[in-house]
Design a protein around this ligand. Structure first.
Ligand code: SAH
Length: 373
């Protein structure tokens, strides 16, 4: 999965822009500016709760086109003390997307390095990194991970007469890829054992297939340790479940589901995010953090005041803009039903409001973050 998505030559994300109506899939920041603005509200609230530190690292994992960060900076630009405290760190593996982020954040380079620039949206320094480890520590840190975890590799296990076997990819006699079961225990089985200890008794009884993401567990531990020692918090929003996952890996090309093994690198691979595993990994890594949620994206955006924001934007726009604002709003908070949708039936927006979940990890000394109270 990692090779298919991030191989420097053929990886799905590496050499192109895959987002939006013309691309392979669309994400919440691309649906409406209100998404990044609401995340901005969340970060300012947490910064206030942290005691308004003078310097903060604002990290985004997998920023895509940079749209969320651009909307966050525009939305918070009036809070000068906040924006002046920020050092932005974008963790992005794709050189093509790094370039787009540079453009969309309206960056000018500092002469010495391409990996460091200043965004004219709020006058904030911006740095690029390939991994979270590269982001300097020792400073309070706010981390945003929107649709990042679902791109991290998963391992699938199946119960058989030989015990738990990992599903592996093999090349068949016809030279085509196929799935096979591992003949022996694999290294990821250690993570499977850990995940099973976090399962509920009901889940344990039914387990036949289990999907785990060791990379997600390790990343969460790193985030929790950082937040535990430096202060700050993380916000994770993704599609997933508040339960153990059995089998969710899927491939999407041009907005359609396709066979996972077909033409690797030409379709997005993603899996549901296992939120209990994030919670337990964080709690295990640092006793200085508390984990909140998950709650649905709809509850999260609603509690942060997206209704007031859409009303304010509707006061100052033409009919076409109003239609697109309403469609965007329902796509972000709706559950697919959109009962108050006034447009034509066939254009009813697909709701992301209940399929997407939000979770936060924060330093315990800062109290419970909005809107998880
Ligand atoms: N957050 C954005 C993009 C989501 S797609 C949005 O919501 O629109 C996933 C993003 O993570 C892309 O920017 C992709 O290039 C990046 N990414 C995927 N795997 C990565 C990895 N292992 N390391 C760093 N970035 C990665």
């Amino acid at each position: 999965m990692e090779e298919v998505l991030t191989n420097p030559k053929a990886g799905f994300y590496m050499n192109r822009d895959v987002f939006g109506a013309q691309g392979d899939f669309i994400t919440s920041p691309e649906v409406s500016q209100m998404f990044g603005e609401m995340i901005g509200v969340w970060t300012v609230c947490l910064w206030e709760q942290m005691g308004r530190p003078e310097r903060v690292n604002l990290v985004e994992l997998g920023p895509g086109r940079g749209t969320l960060m651009a909307d966050l900076l525009r939305g918070t630009s009036k809070f000068k003390n906040f924006t002046e405290s920020l050092h932005i760190h974008l963790v992005e593996c794709s050189p093509a997307l790094q370039k787009l982020q540079h453009q969309n954040l309206k960056c000018t380079d500092e002469s010495s390095s391409e990996k460091k620039a200043v965004s004219s949206l709020a006058g904030t320094p911006v740095h690029w990194h390939a991994t979270l480890q590269e982001v300097p520590s020792g400073v309070p840190t706010l981390i945003i991970a929107h649709e990042f975890y679902d791109a991290l590799p998963v391992h699938q296990f199946q119960k058989s007469t030989r015990g738990w076997c990992e599903k592996m990819v093999d090349v068949g006699e016809d030279s085509k890829f196929r799935f096979v079961l591992s003949p022996q225990p694999t290294p990821a089985a250690l993570y499977l054992m850990k995940r099973c200890t976090w399962a509920t008794p009901e889940e344990r009884e039914k387990m036949e297939h289990v999907e785990i993401s060791p990379k997600s567990m390790d990343l969460t531990q790193e985030m929790a340790k950082r937040i535990g020692s430096d202060g700050g918090g993380a916000l994770i929003i993704d599609y997933g479940m508040n339960a153990i996952i059995s089998d969710s890996l899927q491939a999407i090309r041009k907005h359609k589901f396709v066979n996972i093994l077909d033409d690797p690198g030409s379709a997005d691979l993603s899996a549901y995010v296992d939120f209990p595993s994030i919670k337990h990994s964080a709690e295990e890594a640092s006793e200085n953090v508390s984990v909140h949620g998950p709650m649905t994206q709809s509850q999260f955006l609603g509690s942060l005041g997206i209704n007031f924001r859409v009303d304010a934007l509707l006061q100052n726009c033409n009919d076409e803009q109003a239609e697109s604002l309403r469609a965007g709003y329902w796509q972000l908070v709706g559950d697919g039903e959109a009962p108050f949708w006034e447009g034509p039936n066939e254009q009813t927006p697909i709701g992301m409001g209940t399929r997407y979940l939000a979770m936060s990890i924060v330093n315990k000394n800062q109290g419970i973050p909005a809107p998880f109270q």
